[in-house]
Design a protein around this ligand. Structure first.
Ligand SMILES: O=P(O)(O)OC[C@H]1O[C@H](OP(=O)(O)O)[C@H](O)[C@@H]1O
Length: 309
């Protein structure tokens, strides 16, 4: 698959989920670099930066994408010879993909510890990291049942119920607007995330913050499963996470919407749940309260306050 093909698949969400986007981008970048013929070092670096730009332009919200590209490009940017640059690209790509897979199993193990016995869970969207925690807790005999939302407009809930079903987990499939109706029965609301800001706010699939509100009202804790590369360094300098607005046809087919001249169809893909609504974030380095997000950005992603002067 060419770099452009990968970019298109990410844009159209054939490849989706924050971690899978990151991995696919790294694989595409690595393959692209390997396919570049004889080039001098500056041209090689330039070509890779251009390719990275194509991948970064696909989806704006999931910070896993720029983080992954930065992690892989760091040693390439520092390389002094073309051989060094090529080797850095190969090794850092292998390393990122390996680490991101290992992070998922670590998160599942740590997350499962924080799921109570006989738990009723609610989840929203389709997160590999969150599902990993649920399946591990189920393996330990801790799950009574799960409520999984539909996730309009792209219906990622269908992927979630398939995964939970195949793991033998008793699952209730509900429309998004039924979340508050069932919240009384729930012990824990668990999601993944596309970006965690320095102040611990969680950017996740549209609707997450409404469910978080219902969870808070019912005194149900919220737990977020997030690899460290889902934390957003630039928020240190006050950058806001850009919320992706996708095509209106995902919400309403053009042939129906066509003659509704006074109607605008809005389709934001994500929303922001304030840190105050989040009880715990499970990373591969350990479980943290949202207030500790800066530590992850500094100690594990390597960004300091001074980097954004
Ligand atoms: O990395 P993992 O945990 O799999 O997914 C994290 C998040 O990515 C997804 O976004 P989309 O469906 O690509 O828009 C969802 O918002 C999900 O919670």
């Amino acid at each position: 698959m060419s770099l452009e093909d990968t970019a298109e698949k990410i844009r159209t969400m054939e490849i989706r989920g924050a971690a899978l986007i990151a991995r696919a981008a790294v694989e595409a970048l690595c393959k692209y670099g390997e396919g570049l013929g004889e080039l001098a070092l500056p041209e090689f670096k330039e070509e890779l930066e251009r390719a990275a730009g194509v991948l970064l332009a696909t989806r704006p919200t999931a910070v896993s994408l720029p983080n992954a590209v930065n992690i892989v490009m760091k040693d390439v940017r520092n390389a002094d010879t073309i051989a060094e640059a090529r080797e850095a690209l190969r090794l850092s790509s292998i390393e990122f993909i390996r680490d991101s897979k290992e992070a998922l199993s670590k998160i599942a193990e740590i997350g499962a510890r924080h799921i109570p016995e006989n738990a009723v869970l609610m989840t929203h969207c389709n997160s590999q990291a969150a599902i990993g925690c649920i399946i591990e807790a189920h393996r330990q005999g801790k799950i009574r049942e799960v409520y999984a939302t539909e996730v309009r407009p792209r219906n990622q809930g269908l992927l979630t119920i398939r995964a939970l079903n195949d793991a033998g987990i008793k699952t209730n499939f509900i429309v998004d607007s039924a979340a508050r109706f069932y919240m009384k029965k729930v012990d824990l609301f668990i999601t993944g995330t596309d970006a965690v800001t320095v102040n611990g706010a969680v950017v996740n699939k549209i609707g997450t913050s409404q469910i978080a509100l219902a969870a808070r009202e019912a005194r149900v804790p919220m737990m977020v499963a997030a690899e460290t590369f889902k934390f957003a360094p630039k928020t240190i300098a006050g950058d806001l996470i850009k919320i992706e607005e996708r095509d209106s046809s995902e919400v309403l087919a053009k042939k129906i919407a066509g003659d509704l001249d006074n109607v605008t169809i809005k389709n934001p893909a994500f929303d922001v749940t304030p840190a105050d609504f989040v009880d715990l974030i499970i990373t591969e380095k350990g479980a943290i309260p949202p207030e500790m997000a800066y530590i992850i950005i500094r100690d594990y992603l390597g960004w300091e306050i001074g980097d954004f002067r």
